[in-house]
Design a binder for this molecule. Structure first.
Ligand SMILES: [Fe+2]
Length: 305
């Protein structure tokens, strides 16, 4: 049976149908999935009650799975899987909480950032915990010529910093939810003050800055895309900070206007894969009393050019 794609919007994302993940995936299916992935940049398969092995098998379609650079939240039986969760057992988080709540592409502060990220929604909240996506090919294409001339060939300075519970990605937050966010931030700050720094806080600012192109050429499609990490870019090589910092902020603001955002609302068992070379994403707020457990795998990438 051929794989088909139903677009999620007219600018990004598709739901794939016709893949049976309970069985090994043949070469023809793999080729179809990869073609659809590069055409749509975010692909979704809904309602998959798969085992961690099934999730790993699906991820391997996209390349070699890489270990996450902080091992504290690895799945106990399948250490390739990184657990994202707001659930606590005996007062201890079972996964990483509050991460990725700003617009970014994954692991841009490393030499070879992840090419593809995959999430499996093991337990999803009835409210919140959405993932938002923006197409950065289009974001680049929308820029005026003067801006393109200013950034083409330049490199931004990426710095790994502790950025949990930032919640800067989602613009569509009600006053009630903003109050919930501020209460959660205050609670987590107080816990950190009492319990000591988290594994990510310890790692923060310990890795060297990384220079990455502001405009990257996609390694498969050859198309140009903006390469952004709001909150973790601190400047642009060769530009004064009073020019570079507002410019980086403007690029992200313009890219992520609400009309360009795909908002993905999770259902249990959903599998999502996205292309870090042509998409940026952010997580939204999850109410702390609603459990969310996501399994994450990332695929080895190449140095951006
Ligand atoms: Fe992320």
């Amino acid at each position: 049976m051929a794989v088909t794609a139903v677009p999620l919007t007219d600018f990004l994302g598709a739901q794939l149908e016709g893949i049976d993940l309970s069985r090994p995936i043949d070469r023809q299916t793999k080729a179809e999935v990869l073609d659809l992935f590069h055409a749509h940049q975010v692909v979704v398969i809904r309602g998959q009650e798969i085992s961690p092995e099934g999730f790993i098998r699906f991820a391997e379609l996209f390349g070699a799975i890489e270990p996450f650079f902080i091992s504290s939240y690895n799945h106990p039986e399948h250490p390739q899987i990184y657990v994202l969760s707001n659930v606590r057992k005996d007062g201890k988080p079972i996964g990483r909480d509050g991460a990725g709540t700003h617009w970014h592409s994954d692991s841009t502060f490393t030499e070879k950032p992840s090419s593809v990220t995959l999430l499996h929604g093991v337990e999803v909240p009835a409210r919140g915990g959405d993932t938002l996506f923006v197409n950065t090919y289009d974001a680049y294409d929308r820029l005026d010529d003067a801006t393109k001339a200013l950034i083409d060939g330049r490199r931004a300075i990426h710095r790994y910093q502790q950025k949990e519970f930032v919640f800067s990605g989602d613009r569509e937050v009600s006053a009630e939810e903003r109050a919930e966010i501020e209460a959660l931030k205050a609670r987590r700050l107080a816990e950190a003050a009492e319990g000591g720094p988290s594994p990510t806080a310890k790692r923060s600012n310990t890795v060297p800055d990384r220079l990455q192109p502001v405009v990257r050429t996609h390694p498969v499609t050859g198309r140009k895309a903006l390469y952004l990490n709001d909150e973790m870019t601190v400047g642009i090589e060769g530009l004064a900070d009073d020019v570079a910092v507002p410019l980086l902020r403007r690029l992200c603001d313009e890219a992520t206007k609400p009309e360009h955002v795909l908002r993905f609302k999770w259902q249990p068992g959903d599998l999502v894969a996205w292309d870090n070379a042509s998409v940026i994403h952010t997580a939204t707020f999850t109410p702390p009393d609603l459990p969310r457990v996501m399994h994450r795998l990332t695929i080895e990438g190449s140095a951006p050019v």
